[in-house]
Write a protein that binds this ligand. Sequence first.
Ligand code: ACM
Ligand code: ZN
Length: 747
Amino acid sequence: MRKILLLSFIFLYSFVALAQKNLIPMPQHLELLPQGAFPLKGNLSLASNTFEPQAKYLANELESLLKVNVNLKKSGTIRFQKISHTVAEQHDYYELKIDAKGIIISATSESAAFYAVQTLLQLAEENQITGSIPALEIKDYAKFTYRGAHLDVCRHFFTVDEVKLFLDYLSRYKLNKFHWHLTDDQGWRIEIKSHPKLTSIGGYRAVTEDVKDSKLTKDGRYGGFYTQEQIKDVVAYAKKLQIEVIPEIEMPGHAQAALAAYPELSCTGGPFQVGTSWGVMDDIYCPKEETFALLEDIIDEVITLFPSHYIHIGGDEAPKTRWKTCAHCQELIKKEGLKDEFELQSYFIKRMEKYINGKGKSIIGWDEILEGGLAPNATVMSWTGIAGAIHAAKAGHDAIMTPVSHMYLDYYQGNPQSEPLAFNAELRLDKVYSFNPIPKELNTTEAKHILGPQANMWTEYITDFKHVEYMLFPRLLALSEVAWGTSDPAAYKSFEQRVIHEFAYLDKMNINYSKAIFELNGHIVSKEGKMYYELSTIKQDGTIRYTNDGSAPNAQSPVYQGPILVDKTMTILAASFANDRMIGSVLKQDFVISQSTGKVIQLQHEPNEAYLANGAATLVDGVYGNKQYFKKNWLGFNGEDLVATIDMGSAASYSNVELNVVDQNASWIFYPQAVKVYVSNDNQNFSLIKEVGKEAIAASKGTIKLTFEKQKAPFIKVEVQHLNQIPVGHAGAGLPAWLFVDELTVY
Ligand code: ACM
Ligand code: ZN
């Protein structure tokens, strides 16, 4: 099976296996030696007198990979040796020398030996078919000491076995920090023996979303937590893989699960439910003595479980709403001589830092720990951008780079239309690969404070572990090279070939991954009053096949020859094929054709420049905007109405107008207040023929339909009135609401 897969990949993509090894991360130096090869067949002997745990690990892995016996002896054809290496910027230095006589692994530390083993295992896999590894020499080291990945187990819960799989994936690609996001509004996931309600109450939430019944408790709640024994087990497992586990205990925000258990630690006293929707909650810890006592008890237990030098204390997204009106908070601000609630946040974090430092540990916090002044020894995890890291490094603090722009793996990695539901933003493989963790604003000394990059896996939209894999792969491979320090955006194509090669491994291991790099791009083009759908792919090889009747494309579907005429309502499904095998994901596009499709349309006000799409024509292109993704195919207006006039032509006859609108209040987007339809014979004098107001719009579920007597006037004007002021109780209250509209169908 594996053989066939590999051969077909070789055939399809004709990568140059000999000139370049398919290693990820690519080592710093690799030299192919002119002759010789180490045979992988027959029994192997492995010396285990030094780096014994790594030698045993290698023996086990080689046995299961190659189906050979590996004898552990005092001496062997594969052997380890300890070396020293003194270049300060080169971490985990190792050398790997392979020739016909044997394999010598020279490593500076246990972790370096482990990484040498990972490299060797990748080489053994790659050369399994040929039966020998060609002679070569590798000298390798990591550029960054911190090479991290984060997993949110609060929004959705993952089992110990799943967490271990996550760790396996990190280790193969030489990542060494696991940031375990253990507490949040929607669930408290770590057993704290001194405060059992944190998990008995905070560990479970009412179900308001679509999760499998098998994941619910007997009384229909969703959740779970890790016992302290399970946590120790995960930490020990990670240690063998040279991974440090960094726990995150969120404070003062993202605390609703804890407050559901202990409402007296809030400003208002509650009561609270464990969160059932995503976002930023106003109710956070109130900085009372009882709160600090609880948090200190928690920290006391946490530090016994995690040998890591770091405790992540969160600090992000803590609204000051409650603190502003809380008598205790206001008194504390006065008593401590603080300027405002931001300084109160700083007081909170500094106080917890002091406690944690007192236990010999250091804190990491998200960007917002900069608010009101940074705690003296804190490391900043820069997520909103890189400004936090720049600020921290210039002030002599360490920083970890996790900007949303390059490191948020909950974003779409391909066309949102064909990808599973994700956070409303895009992060493609090439963008991850292009990330340079060192901001150019830093000088050499300041740059030393950049510990390294980390990718974050928030799981609001990820309900099971197969989906975690899907969001992780292949972007984890790009992170790997960014963190190891061998990524080269100019050589992206060569990296992509190695990624495609790695897909054979992922297939063999039954690891789920996105094939978005093979995806097709679709464009709507209009020519001589007709609409066409044009398909293209970044890959030269392969054939595009498509259907227009809603059925899945297969090896018998028509081959794409050129733009497809769209002259009626239809769904086009298309995919790339090679040798009759589908190699990418299916691109799906619905077209809804009405009398307004492709007609000339004019707008009175331009949309906001961030949400222009293809301008006015977007409204009549036959394609509906995706309600999960506003960056494409939607026109967005901020504080303006949409006023569109369509020239329907002299043969027009119609009695309906339909339009789609969005209501996403957390993003300041609200339904319009009213929609009015006018007609005119001369494009000058318009008469109102139909209008709908707030109630009808609220009941519309986002598709507003206006029906009227049959009209033949060639000009139709649609006025969509935005909400002037966001109502009290919503984010952005008092400001003008955003209005999002797409597709005006007239029929
Ligand atoms: C974050 O994404 N709120 C750190
Ligand atoms: Zn308070």
